[in-house]
Design a protein around this ligand. Structure first.
Ligand code: AMP
Length: 170
């Protein structure tokens, strides 16, 4: 199955100059969704993962499915103000300004083995903030898994020392 064939490219979304990788066309295909989750989970099948952390919002779809596949729990990382209990927050730089992400402070037990999942690794700011949150919460970060890595944006440079796996590269 060629997953790339099922990913729609939308120019100038959400703003001019951005080529958006739309995975809704992949997820709606039953075999495509199955193959996506299988390939994302494959490197971790023989390594114990306690929790999969998904980043809002497409990371929820992929992360929850990977968690089920690996027999792990699921933990959400969300935009500020969405999680109801006490949170840890991490800010990160955007092209213009800053943004932030939150995790429940009790979402990960000390030493739990955590895998972070998201759809796209672009500049890496989002993933780096998520990695910090997992560590501050007490988790052992085993790795980060992405469906798509935009290699020309060098997002991996923001994740030094981390194990990064991407199914597809552009
Ligand atoms: P970044 O922090 O730059 O690595 O951006 C990563 C986040 O933005 C991910 O959660 C992606 O869902 C989203 N994202 C960034 N660039 C794109 C793109 N070209 N197409 C689709 N999603 C993107």
């Amino acid at each position: 199955m060629d997953l790339k064939q099922h990913i729609r490219h939308v120019p100038d979304f959400p703003k001019a100059g951005i080529l958006f990788y739309d995975i809704t066309t992949l997820l709606r295909d039953p075999a495509g969704f199955r193959a996506t989750v299988d390939q994302l989970a494959a490197p971790y099948r023989d390594r114990p993962i306690d929790a999969v952390v998904g980043i809002e919002s497409r990371g929820f779809i992929l992360g929850a499915a990977v968690a089920q596949t690996l027999g792990a729990g699921f933990v959400p990382i969300r935009k500020p103000g969405k999680l109801p209990s006490a949170t840890l927050q991490e800010s990160y730089a955007l092209e213009y300004g800053t943004d932030a992400l939150e995790i429940h402070e009790d979402a990960v037990d000390a030493g739990q083995r955590v895998l972070i999942v998201d759809d796209v690794l672009a500049t890496g700011g989002t993933a780096a903030a998520a990695a910090q949150l997992v560590k501050r919460a007490g988790g052992e970060l085993i790795g980060l898994a992405f469906l798509i890595e935009l290699t020309f944006l060098n997002g991996k440079e923001k994740l030094p020392g981390e194990q990064v796996f991407s199914v597809l590269h552009y």
